[in-house]
Design a protein around this ligand. Structure first.
Ligand code: ZN
Length: 356
């Protein structure tokens, strides 16, 4: 059961990650973020604080809560966590009907975990934008003539809003990684709405694009989170089993570049047996990650993988949801908010089991 071993390891590393970001959160609470935060648009309350789950009492969140038909949200309990971040996997497994990816490896049929085309490589970078790193990644992508999907957090976006537009202008694809990077199964229904919608709003206000794809931090999603995200118009993207590069550990020296290369080479060795492509997990958070991205791009392209952003790997010509007030007219049907209006009924659980 490769997926179970893989996910158990991920939970552990996610906890390490949580500890690793704590210093930056303390900087934030010292007031540095207040100076950097961009002003909210007229008529809106202040953008949510950096590093915190947005409050659910604001007029915006109260309005967004009405977008969800709560009778369609399974009554799955909020998961426990000692600290903000991923949940601690319980000793007794959660019911299979929860389809909890983090602790059981269960993916819903609608979750995107692989690119459908053989040898197609969904190239993704999480946790940005990060000034000083994102620009270098954009330069690298330009040099290699490839595009990627950047799963951005709302809180990081407040520090570098211009990088959002710059990323799009250079041909890349933006997607949501929530506002404050919590394990979503550890949040209440209302908090999940706030995390998703504030991020969507911030990116929309600064780019004009309405995010369609989202990746739950730590891959932490179950059928409660899915039901909310889906009704708000988001399509879930995780990553291919065994293609988590672990590059986020590089700044903390808990992994070496050669170990990451070995992880990647193991993935490459599985390509001939795969009947689908892959989605890799890399990060946009520190300069070491840019050098690693270069190494992995060279290795992957040499092995015949074709890197591209997630929208391209899914043959989604737009990659964003429609903006209701200004419906697009430039294509036929591609610009419909298919996720927002989705009423898929009962969610079915399928165990995420790979043969490779
Ligand atoms: Zn992340």
């Amino acid at each position: 059961m490769l997926h179970r071993r893989s996910n158990a390891g991920k939970s552990l590393t996610a906890l390490v990650f949580l500890g690793a970001i704590t210093p930056s959160l303390s900087l934030i609470s010292s007031g540095i973020d207040a100076a950097a935060a961009t002003a909210p648009p007229a008529g809106h309350s202040q953008w949510p604080a950096y590093g915190k789950v947005p409050p659910t009492t604001s007029p915006e969140v109260q309005a967004w809560l009405k977008l969800v038909d709560w009778t369609k949200v399974p009554k799955i309990g909020v998961r426990h966590t000692k600290d903000p971040g991923p949940p601690a996997c319980p000793p007794i497994a959660a019911p299979a009907s929860d389809c909890w990816w983090t602790c059981s490896g269960c993916a819903d049929p609608d979750d995107v975990v692989d690119c459908p085309g053989k040898k197609v490589w969904g190239l993704t970078f999480d946790d940005g934008p990060e000034p000083g790193t994102t620009e270098k990644l954009l330069e690298l992508m330009h040099e290699k003539n490839v595009t990627a999907t950047f799963f951005v957090t709302g809180m990081k976006s407040t520090k570098a809003p211009a990088l959002l537009k710059q990323t799009i202008d250079r041909g890349h694809h933006l997607a949501s990684h929530t506002w404050s990077h919590q394990g979503l199964t550890t949040l209440t229904n209302e908090q999940i709405v706030a995390e998703l919608m504030w991020t969507e709003k911030f990116v929309f206000d600064h780019t004009g694009y309405k995010l369609k794809y989202f990746r739950p931090p730590y891959g932490d999603i179950d059928n409660r989170v899915r039901a909310i995200a889906r009704q708000l118009g988001f399509k879930t993207v995780i990553w291919s089993n065994e293609w988590d590069t672990q590059d986020w550990q590089l700044p903390y020296k808990t992994i070496t570049p050669s170990q990451i290369v070995n992880i990647f080479k193991k993935g490459i060795s599985s390509i001939p047996a795969r009947n689908k492509g892959v989605i890799t997990l890399e990060h946009d958070g520190a300069p070491q990650m840019v050098a690693m991205a270069r190494t992995l791009l060279d290795l992957g392209m040499k092995s015949g993988l074709k890197p591209m952003d997630i929208a391209s790997c899914l043959s989604d010509k737009v990659g964003y949801n429609a903006v209701p007030a200004k419906p697009a007219t430039n294509d036929s049907g591609e610009h419909s908010a298919d996720g927002a209006a989705a009423d898929k009924g009962v969610f079915q659980c399928s165990e995420y089991i790979r043969n490779d």
